[in-house]
Ligand binder design. Sequence first.
Ligand code: CP
Length: 370
Amino acid sequence: MTVSIKGRHFLALEDFTPEEIRYLLDLALQLKEEKHAGKNQQEFIGKNLLMLFEMNSTRTRCAFETSGCDLGMGTTFLSNSHFGETETIKDSMRVFSSMYDTIGYRGAKHSTLLEMTKHSTIPIINGYTDHQHPTQMLADAMTLDEIWGREGYKGKTLCFIGRGGAVNSFSYGVICAMLGMNFTYITSYMDLEEAMDGLTQAQRDLFHQFVPEGEVSPNWNTKMDPKKRKIVEDLFAKYSPDCKFIETDNIDAIKGVDIITTENWGFFTDPVETWLPGIIRFRPYQVNRELMERTENPNCIALHMLPATHNMDHASGQRLLTAVDDKDLQEFLKKGMEVTDEVFEENAAHIFREAENRLHTIKAVIRAVQ
Ligand code: CP
């Protein structure tokens, strides 16, 4: 049977079948081979791609832009428009639909993306919202295809450890269920009060300069949202009934996993001073040599969607070191935050392959929906 997703929006993985996801992965593998062989891929000359980005991005933005160029499309990056601010989403969408052929969108709210689809006559691709990061999941799956051979991921166990937030632990749960992998989500259930107890008075004062006393961010809760959990459970029941989905705060669950992935312990949109209690909370969940050894799987690999705080050699890292006034925590952070520099560099070939694959998978989606 020929698979086609032409004309469809790409909003969330669960809107598609595993066969359709597999079709996108195979297309991405083909497009990568073609590009590396120097084949001209400019089949969309005369078409135009809009990248509407309301949040910072390096990989997703660059992957959309280079994909569009490779395919021969004109590209526009828009981050300072009237969209939703001084013009209704409906009006902006009527304009975009008249000028462009595809939109890549990154924004804080999935509800905005859904509103956009109501008024769009062209396909829209989700480049991250608070529901899911579906193009990232394609890049991760493609990377596993390349490491273990096509569909070599089947039956393997992927573990997301640390601050899963609302989006990424869920996204990994969905892709695992759809592709036939076990999914283990290990996170801390520590409450904010307990984490604050681990800080010095100076650190607590600094934190409260940004977060008023008594306020708890809804993002503090790292348990998977019940509605999202239900989506993941239903997908496992439908597509991968023999695979396991575990959520726990017990690090022992790391034993036997094949892939470990994680993300930053703070929110990139918030000042680094607000990350302080998160560092206390997630310190035992750091991806370091000891954790890799606890898998008892010598072939276990580490991935990271990036950006990674694997050392303090960037502006936020330096600011974090200034905020942290005790030597022990400073020394800990200098070796890396959610992942140590040691483990990161040992797995850099996988991690930067994963980053490159953002290009090939996003290009596959653009080509498939055109
Ligand atoms: N992984 C990822 O989405 O990276 P960017 O935020 O840089 O796009």
